[in-house]
Design a protein around this ligand. Structure first.
Ligand code: F6P
Length: 343
């Protein structure tokens, strides 16, 4: 058998561990070869491919962040218009099955190819951890570790200066990174997209800390968080060409409002892409490797139109359809538990 793989959408620590898992399993368990398309769907359409061998290089990429194949985004209309080219390119490279590694948008594309006759297996990827079909996506644990480390460091400088420090973390539609990093880092308040916040509640919690003598505060703000209607100005931006909402810097907006209302010294740290870069944690390396191994096996067993997923301790196959059906948002009870530690 000859497999093809590609990584598409935002990069994520652990992508290379998946590629390594696919290549080594295909070679060692089935004697198969693997070709990698560069820069996501764009490389598949432009027929930019590299042969991936079960060699010392592939073995060495386990620890490397990013993706050795490169990644990119392609507008769904351009993608769909290229179906014939995609089919020709896969036939030309004698590919029997495609393993697509990506988030919601990529898996939607993978499902569409599958519905149009291409044998596809999906691997869910996103630091946001928002794919409902799986308990965890790789990259999330790394992002939480990076954010937690930053929050740990911000405690000491905030305390020394009697400041309130706002930490803005990634989280477009869901607040998993904010929730976990906020709890692990002992933040004094955390706001997530799922639960519109009232700035008065944040101010109350901060004021109480100053009155009690703990004269500093750490507030974690997910980039996609929004204020409750009528409580303060500021919200999300417009949609970009891919339908992604743009952000207006909610961390800074919250900081300005706290400063205006309480008069304390408030500063903002935006962690941004630092959360996505660098070497994956041990947890993410293991999860990503397991996804790669199981995706290669699924392809060899002709289990197409599926996606690998973590359920409890096990990697299982779910229909691709279910992987794109809905976002995994933070349930109310998880936020209520986090709230017990606010203030
Ligand atoms: O979906 C993953 C993610 O890192 C989001 O948390 C974030 O909003 C987005 O990608 C950023 O995308 P880009 O790298 O295109 O700015």
């Amino acid at each position: 058998m000859r497999l093809a793989t590609l990584t598409s959408g935002g990069d994520c620590p652990g992508l290379n561990a998946v590629i390594r898992g696919i290549v080594r399993t295909a070679s060692a368990e089935y004697g198969s070869t693997v070709v990698g398309y560069q820069d996501g769907w764009v490389g598949l359409m432009e027929d930019r491919r590299v042969d991936l061998y079960d060699d010392a290089f592939i073995d060495s990429i386990l620890l490397r962040g990013g993706t050795i194949l490169g990644t990119g985004r392609l507008h769904p209309d351009k993608f769909k218009a290229g179906l014939d080219t995609i089919k020709e390119n896969l036939a030309d490279a004698e590919v029997d099955a495609l393993i697509a590694i990506g988030g919601e948008g990529t898996l939607k594309g993978a499902k569409w190819l599958s519905d149009n006759g291409i044998p596809v297996v999906g691997v869910p990827k996103t630091i946001d951890n928002d794919v409902a079909a799986t308990d965890y996506t790789f990259g999330f644990d790394t992002a939480v570790s990076v954010a937690t480390d930053a929050i740990d460091r911000l405690h000491t400088t905030a305390e020394s200066h009697n400041r309130i420090l706002i930490v803005e973390v990634m989280g477009r539609h869901v607040g998993w990174i904010a929730l976990h990093a906020g709890m692990a880092g002992g933040a004094h308040y955390t706001v997530i997209p799922e639960e519109p916040f009232d700035i008065a509640d944040i101010c109350k919690a901060m004021e109480r800390r100053f009155q009690m003598g703990e004269k500093y505060g750490i507030v974690v703000v997910a980039e996609g968080a929004i204020p409750k209607e009528g409580t303060m100005d500021g919200g999300l931006g417009e949609e970009d060409e891919f339908g992604h909402i743009t952000f207006n810097g909610m961390g800074q907006i919250v900081a300005d409002e706290i400063k205006k209302r309480l008069g304390y010294d408030v500063r903002t740290t935006v962690l941004g892409h630092i959360q996505r870069g660098g070497t994956p944690t041990a947890y993410d390396r293991v999860l990503a490797t397991r996804y790669g191994v199981h995706a290669a096996r699924a392809a060899h067993n002709n289990n197409f139109d599926t996606c690998v997923a973590l359920h409890g301790e096990n990697i299982e196959l779910v229909p691709l359809e279910s992987a794109i059906a809905q976002l995994k948002t933070v349930p109310e009870h998880r936020y209520t538990t986090a709230k017990a530690m606010f203030g």
